[in-house]
Design a protein around this ligand. Structure first.
Ligand code: AMP
Length: 118
């Protein structure tokens, strides 16, 4: 059985989030602990993938859909022109804290370093 996390609670509406975009498959909201001026997350509503390491060929459509929605979300965030970084932490060494696949969208300022854990 898929793990219940804070993100599945957000999807279920059990805890609030500051939403940016939502449709049947994905949800995007602002992180509670921003590491840059703009820091949003994109998640699949399904919690069957804890991290990108779990991805199977049958997940290609969902993962591709998430990626192709990022520019639209970046436009809503006002960082489409200025640029941004996307990160998906996967597993212990990455510092992943929430075991529900998610992509960070980080921008709104000149970014240093290579990851979201500065
Ligand atoms: P990661 O370390 O890659 O697992 O990232 C988890 C992200 O989820 C971090 O940006 C956290 O600040 C964020 N986060 C955790 N709980 C919440 C919450 N209730 N609402 C919004 N963002 C959250």
């Amino acid at each position: 059985m898929a793990k219940q996390t804070v993100f599945s609670q957000i999807v279920a509406g059990e805890i609030p989030s500051n939403k940016i975009y939502e449709d049947d498959l994905i949800l995007s909201f602002h992180t509670i602990a921003p590491e840059a001026s703009v820091h949003a997350l994109v998640i699949p509503k399904s919690n069957h993938l804890e991290r990108i390491s779990d991805a199977q060929p049958e997940d290609a459509e969902l993962l591709g859909y998430m990626m192709t929605k990022i520019p639209e979300i970046a436009k809503k965030l006002g960082i489409h022109e200025s640029g941004y970084r996307i990160i998906s932490n996967s597993g212990k060494d990455s510092g992943q804290e929430v075991d529900h696949l998610h992509i960070h969208i980080i921008g709104g300022e000149k970014l240093a370093g290579f990851n979201g854990k500065q």
